[in-house]
Design a protein around this ligand. Structure first.
Ligand code: GLN
Length: 365
């Protein structure tokens, strides 16, 4: 009976959406920006080769358009709980589409190196899946979204799994501790090598970011110690905290993030180096966790609008994946309350809507 009433309310929600949509169409109020490039004037296929269903011009123009649309937005503020992040110039803004064959369409400050922060988390989860298998994530960390902020300690009390999923701090610290390594140096080397493999580049450790975060990491230290107490941490807490904090302090550009996402769009094969970084058969599990937990307590809102698996970080970076096609990456330091970059979110959501590539179907803004 309960299931029936839940299903009925789903149908009611769908009915409201379709009624609103048909009212909008009846009033011919569909804005030109809601027309996806694919619906615009057809181009002769022989003169304009298609990339994931779009011409190069269409991909470049949607990137330029989303950059221009949000470049002057000043909402939000840099993260300040990691003191050094307040010094990153707030107006920086970069937007990139990176296709599964490694082509880049870019606009803005796409070479500026910022700290990857939580965008690193799915890639270390991928490393566990490759070294071990997806059951290691499922059984030793968890895969439920918390619906709570990224650094929530309450989530650890609410959920039997404690760490809950690899994309919140608790689960990400646990993921680092699960990496098979016989010393702290080896653990860090494996984590960094894996990020490098996804990016197809040697990524730097931003040492000042590391120092600033490690010196103030009282909350994450508490999380690491609690996990250890609950037997959900698999190395010494301080070692896990240090390696996790280093992982978050790795420097990436928006272009690097694009390639990291393109490697996932390409089934785990890096399109620049040709190296297989993770088994193709585990990419769906990883994207599923990104879809349900990539934006923490805003994950529902994000999937409701942009409809793409994605991951954010308090450095201002976001990478979203259009499975089997391309990645959309964006960076800008000003964040909203949930710790997600406002300009990067808007830019990616705009591109997803314009191209109609949301995984549940086209959802124009
Ligand atoms: N290093 C950051 C932290 O642990 C990562 C958080 C984030 O990017 N959401 O607080």
């Amino acid at each position: 009976m309960q299931a029936l009433s839940r299903n009925l309310s789903l149908f009611t929600a769908a009915l409201i959406c379709s009624t609103v949509a048909s009212l909008a169409e009846a009033g011919a109020s569909r804005s030109p920006s809601a027309v996806s490039p694919a619906e615009k004037a057809p181009v002769p296929a022989e003169t304009k080769p298609l990339i994931a269903g779009f011409t190069a011009e269409e991909l470049q123009s949607v990137v330029d358009e989303s950059y221009a649309k949000y470049k002057d937005l000043k909402e939000g503020a840099n993260a300040d709980y990691i003191p050094i992040l307040t010094t990153v110039p707030s107006d920086l803004f970069g937007v990139v589409i990176a296709t599964k064959d490694g082509r880049l369409f870019t606009s803005g400050d796409i070479d500026y190196k910022f700290s990857i922060q939580s965008v690193s988390k799915p890639f270390t989860a991928a490393l566990i899946m490759s070294q071990q298998d997806p059951d290691a994530i499922h059984d030793h960390i968890g895969v439920e979204p918390t619906g709570l902020p990224f650094n929530s300690k309450m989530a650890m009390e609410l959920y039997a799994d404690r760490s809950v999923n690899p994309l919140v701090n608790a689960g990400a610290i646990a993921a680092v501790s699960l990496v098979k390594a016989d010393s702290e140096e080896r653990r860090w080397a494996k984590v960094l090598q894996n990020l490098n493999d996804f990016a197809g580049a040697e990524l730097p450790l931003l040492d000042k970011v590391y120092q600033s975060e490690y010196e103030t990491a009282w909350g994450n230290r508490a999380i690491a110690n609690l996990l250890y107490n609950y037997e959900r941490l698999y190395c010494e807490p301080e070692e896990a905290l240090r390696v996790y904090t280093k992982q978050c302090s790795v420097g990436v550009s928006t272009k690097d993030l694009g390639i990291m996402g393109a490697t996932l769009a390409n089934g785990g094969l890096n399109p620049i180096t040709g190296k297989r970084v993770m088994p193709a058969e585990h990419v769906p599990e990883l994207l599923a966790v990104m879809a349900t937990a990539g934006f923490y307590d805003e994950s529902g809102e994000w999937m409701y609008s942009a409809g793409l698996p994605a991951k954010t970080g308090v450095g201002g970076g976001i990478v979203a994946v259009v499975p089997g096609k391309f990645a959309i990456a964006a960076f800008s330091p000003r964040l909203n309350e949930a710790g997600n970059s406002i300009k990067a979110m808007r830019a990616i959501r705009h591109i997803s809507g314009e191209l109609g590539v949301g995984v549940y179907g086209a959802n124009p803004e």
